[in-house]
Design a protein around this ligand. Structure first.
Ligand code: 5RP
Length: 210
């Protein structure tokens, strides 16, 4: 099991500072959607150049033009690019085809997908690399999490890796890893803490022991 740090509420210098602090305790660093909106793909390039040993995920949440956007994120140095599960099949297939060409990976974000199991089966057949259940900020504000959805995709996904994201904290991590996802994604649970390094180290330990 691996740990991904999501950076959402930072600019490029702040992102570098956080990764310098916790980098040894994470496997993947995510350049979150708000960072890409504020800074563009320069943020992906800057982090990949500064930390070439870490895999970098560009959380583009692609909804259309899958092939083109995966190509642009790949050129910036992203190793993994996100596409929305609610997108048209052609968008997902285009993203996967381009990722294969570039030697990159596609993660599908299942945010707002209604038929989680059915869509996960379809996506798995399209050859996506990761399927991620995700309670976004607006769902988190309503007290929701994705732990049941994780158990649901684990029942049907045969090839893709599974991931879980959305409001995971040190206290809720044991519940998140119960269904044995391949990847746990944590943003505010690390970046919102005063001692980020120690929290990241504890989370990494739990993830690696699971
Ligand atoms: O994609 C996101 C929001 O859309 C976040 O990166 C994801 O939810 C992880 O961050 P947090 O742990 O703070 O919820």
């Amino acid at each position: 099991m691996e740990l991904q740090l999501a950076l959402d509420l930072v600019n490029i210098p702040e992102a570098k500072q956080v990764v310098a602090e916790v980098g040894e305790h994470i496997d993947i660093v995510e350049i979150g959607t708000p960072v890409v909106i504020n800074e563009g793909l320069h943020a992906v390039k800057a982090i990949k150049e500064a930390f070439p040993h870490l895999r970098v995920l560009a959380d583009l949440k692609i909804m259309d033009a899958g092939g083109y956007e995966v190509m642009k994120a790949s050129e910036a140095g992203a190793d993994i690019i996100t596409v929305l599960g609610v997108s048209d099949d052609s968008t997902i297939k285009g993203a996967v085809a381009e990722a294969r060409k570039q030697g990159k990976q596609v993660m599908v974000d299942m945010i707002n997908v209604k038929d989680i199991e059915g869509r996960a089966q379809e996506l798995d057949a399209f050859g996506v690399d990761y399927i991620c259940v995700h309670s976004g900020y607006d769902h988190q504000a309503e007290g929701k999490n994705s732990f049941e959805e994780l158990a649901a995709i684990k029942r049907v996904v045969k090839h893709a890796k599974t991931a879980v994201a959305g409001g995971i904290k040190l206290e809720t991590l044991p519940e998140a890893i119960q269904a044995k996802p391949d990847l746990v994604i944590v943003g505010g649970g690390i970046t919102g803490q005063s001692d980020k390094k120690s929290v990241a180290a504890k989370m990494n330990q739990l993830v690696k022991d699971a």
